[in-house]
Design a protein. Structure first.
Length: 157
């Protein structure tokens, strides 16, 4: 994935309306974002500045989105809220200069489980067969007492 970030500017007092539209984003726009090759979009704000971070599949992803019909219609809704230039949001591209990934937030891959063999259903056995299968109690076998070592005769002086 390619990471891209840029800034945009809202017009004064437009934050609430901007958020309302993004909280209710059109399903067809989400589908177009995906079709364009954009995997993620995250927007941060420091009103009136917006900072947008995205992960894209290739360099042409944003251009494909911005020139699509659905994004043109979305732009008509956003234009009163944001600064636009030539029909596209006026943005400032940012260059990535540092990235640190410690791997801490990455999920571990699940262990592959072997497919369990299906057992054929057990047939019911007749009660008489169950009784025959029971083990008879073990017989106790008398053990011979162990021989004690012979006592040595006491030495006399």
């Amino acid at each position: 994935m390619i990471r891209r970030a840029f800034t945009m500017r809202l017009k004064p007092g437009a934050m609430a309306e901007y958020r309302k539209h993004h909280d209710n984003i059109w399903a067809e726009l989400v589908a177009e974002v995906r079709r364009s090759g954009i995997a993620t979009i995250t927007t941060f704000e420091a009103d009136p500045v917006l900072f947008l971070f995205s992960e894209i599949t290739d360099e042409g992803a944003w251009n494909r989105l911005w020139t699509s019909d659905v994004h043109r219609r979305w732009g008509e809704v956003m234009e009163p809220l944001m600064h636009f230039k030539d029909g596209i949001v006026d943005f400032g591209a940012l260059r990535e200069i540092f990235r640190l990934d410690t791997g801490l937030g990455k999920a571990k891959k699940p262990a592959v489980k072997k497919a369990a063999k299906k057992k054929a259903p057990a047939k019911k056995k007749a009660p008489a067969m169950k009784a025959a299968k029971k083990k008879a109690p073990a017989k106790k076998v008398a053990k011979k007492p162990a021989k004690k070592p012979a006592k040595k005769a006491a030495r006399r002086k």
